[in-house]
Design a binder for this molecule. Sequence first.
Ligand SMILES: Nc1ncnc2c1ncn2[C@@H]1O[C@H](COP(=O)(O)OP(=O)(O)OP(=O)(O)O)[C@@H](O)[C@H]1O
Ligand SMILES: [Mg+2]
Length: 248
Amino acid sequence: MENDVVLEVKGLNLFNRAGDRLVENVSLSLRAGETLGLVGESGSGKTLTLKSLIGLLPPGVSETHESRLDNPNCAMIFQNPLSALDPLCPVFRQLCEVIAARQGADAQTARARASQLLSRLSLPEELAVRDRFPGSLSGGQCQRLLIAMALACRPDVLLCDEPTTALDVTVQKQTIELIRSLQRELGFAIVFVTHNLAVAAQLCERLAVMRQGRVIESGPTREVLTSPREEYTRTLIGAVLPVPEMEA
Ligand SMILES: Nc1ncnc2c1ncn2[C@@H]1O[C@H](COP(=O)(O)OP(=O)(O)OP(=O)(O)O)[C@@H](O)[C@H]1O
Ligand SMILES: [Mg+2]
């Protein structure tokens, strides 16, 4: 069904100021509730592709495309949670502000909804009554706070840029479980960027493998992992097989 598509871009090219092509002819499409993994080496263009999808390209990066879906309802979770928060503003206030801005809620309603999100994401209720700044939260707590802020936007698509690489393995696992259970509950689609194929395999129905700005291979996760067509994909698979999640 055509109207089932919540995010789509065709023939995306991104350039830097010098005119070098950073991303070349990338096409991605996502249906409601679907999870797409975007994997590939450092510098292959994963983050820039996400930023283009949400309309937050950094200054100096320009874009051309054949077509794209207008006004996709996206929210994004960044790789380094601390850098995505205002260090000088109490975290609960930041959450309330997002809710007020994105849901058009008054201050009292925003506070009530923010409190609900705290408990849904297993964050300390204390955050609602005492001023706590981002620097005093753990990495995992910061990331859950960002997830709460993203959910406050009620997205159709959650763009996750390596949301767990800054976390230790146990917290990584919890965070991924949390994103999955929220997805089951709320039904949003996900683009999950990672260089960890094992994590992608666990989470994603489809994979797109990026290298040097291009998608070199894509398809159902199982297919890509069991019969990769590209040598590069085989190398990626070889590099992550010892990771425990693959055994499940
Ligand atoms: N703001 C920017 N201005 C100019 N070039 C950029 C900018 N951000 C990234 N690039 C370049 O674009 C290319 C893709 O970068 P991108 O950050 O998308 O890679 P990535 O796949 O997310 O890598 P990583 O896994 O290390 O996060 C790289 O060559 C990078 O140097
Ligand atoms: Mg990146």
